[in-house]
Ligand binder design. Structure first.
Ligand code: FA5
Length: 337
């Protein structure tokens, strides 16, 4: 029995088979167990002799099984380790790196330009009161010019701001008529405009406000000209057209030339060769008065521009909706712009 068992154990290749062998020899109905059971039939003299032999056989089979079992387990472990081995020398999978949105970059670029000209950056709430969005800007209730900006109302008195101009009124109120203001304010604004290639119901504006003694229209023109040249290049020109905003007098709209010259000559973009990018004007005396400034002592200019339109012009983006649909292929192009 011993020789037969040991031979089988040696040949076995799997733990499961080894278990079967264990059962076949040492289990309740196993052949060695059968021998031990038959001991009762032996004579007194034979019993201890056979008993000793049988025990030795059991011990050696058990030992052989244990050894084999260890060996098989080790082999299985090695196989698994081999399978799961990690080759640390393999090149890693590239991690996709994000980057700032094109619009964020443009806003930051514009902020830097104005910070360089002495403006501070301020913020205001997107959910605004009717008072700051309209009334404090010389747009009393029922004023027809309120129709210029289709508004999302939340309650009778609360709305989503339609422009960043309320931050003018908020800042002047905070300064309480006593000191000069020189600030810009970027932020989101909302209008019930129908979305198309150049209009979005939610877009960005950057407001500018400069109030001090002796601020003149020529200061406005100088600042805007510097801005246009720094943003688009020295060859750009600006054009101010008369316009109307209730909170500025006189009011203008600024166009920028889209005539681009290089070594091979000049090309003019489609249409008139000019593109409107902002509204501006001298702060209306009523607005100054409502915020506590004496219009005899203080004057100021203000402007409000649309950075989406500026980014479109600068990077040749032909549809404003590209900024908001978050197509990664569009966004990626500008990561290193
Ligand atoms: C205003 O909102 C005034 N508050 C600007 C202003 C500020 C005038 C201070 C005087 C003094 P307007 O509605 O024209 O003006 O908008 C200003 C700029 O926002 C536009 O020139 C344009 O660049 C951008 N803009 C307006 N409507 C949209 C829209 N639906 N989608 C994208 N950009 C828009």
């Amino acid at each position: 029995i011993q020789a037969e068992a040991i031979q089988k154990i040696e040949q076995v290749g799997e733990l499961k088979e080894l278990q079967d062998i264990k059962v076949a020899y040492l289990g309740k109905k196993g052949s060695l167990t059968g021998v031990l059971r038959g001991m009762g039939k032996l004579s007194k003299e034979e019993r201890p002799v056979i008993g000793e032999i049988a025990n030795k056989v059991r011990e050696s089979i058990t030992e052989a099984i244990n050894l084999k079992s260890e060996k098989l387990e080790r082999a299985a472990l090695e196989k698994q380790l081999e399978k799961e081995a990690i080759d640390v020398t393999l090149p890693g999978r590239p991690v996709k790196v994000g980057g700032p949105h094109l619009l964020t970059k443009i806003v930051e670029e514009i902020e830097d330009l104005f910070i360089g000209m002495g403006f501070e950056v301020r913020e205001g709430p997107e959910v605004e009161t009717d008072y700051f969005n309209f009334e404090a800007l010389n747009l009393p209730k029922g004023h027809p010019a309120r129709d210029m900006q289709d508004t999302f109302y939340i309650t009778n008195e609360l709305l989503l701001r339609t422009h960043t101009s309320p931050v003018q009124a908020r800042t002047m109120n905070e300064f309480d008529g006593g000191k000069p203001v020189k600030m810009i304010c970027p932020g989101k604004v909302y209008r019930r405009d129908t979305d198309d290639a150049t209009h979005s119901h939610q877009f960005t504006q950057i407001e500018g406000l400069y109030v001090d003694k002796n601020v003149r229209m020529s200061d406005l023109k100088g600042i805007l000209d510097t801005f246009a040249k720094k943003m688009f290049g020295e060859e750009r020109e600006i054009r101010l057209r008369p316009s109307f905003f209730p909170f500025t007098e006189p009011s203008v709209e600024m166009d920028i030339s889209c005539k681009v010259c290089n070594g091979e000559g000049c090309s003019v973009c489609k249409g008139s060769g000019w593109i409107e990018i902002l509204g501006a004007g001298m702060v209306h005396p009523n607005v100054l008065k409502m915020a506590g400034y004496d219009p005899e002592e203080y004057t100021g200019f203000a402007f409000g521009m649309g950075p989406e339109r500026i980014a479109m012009l600068k990077y040749g983006v032909n549809d404003i909706r590209q900024f908001y649909t978050n197509d990664i292929r569009f966004l990626k192009q500008y990561h290193n712009a």
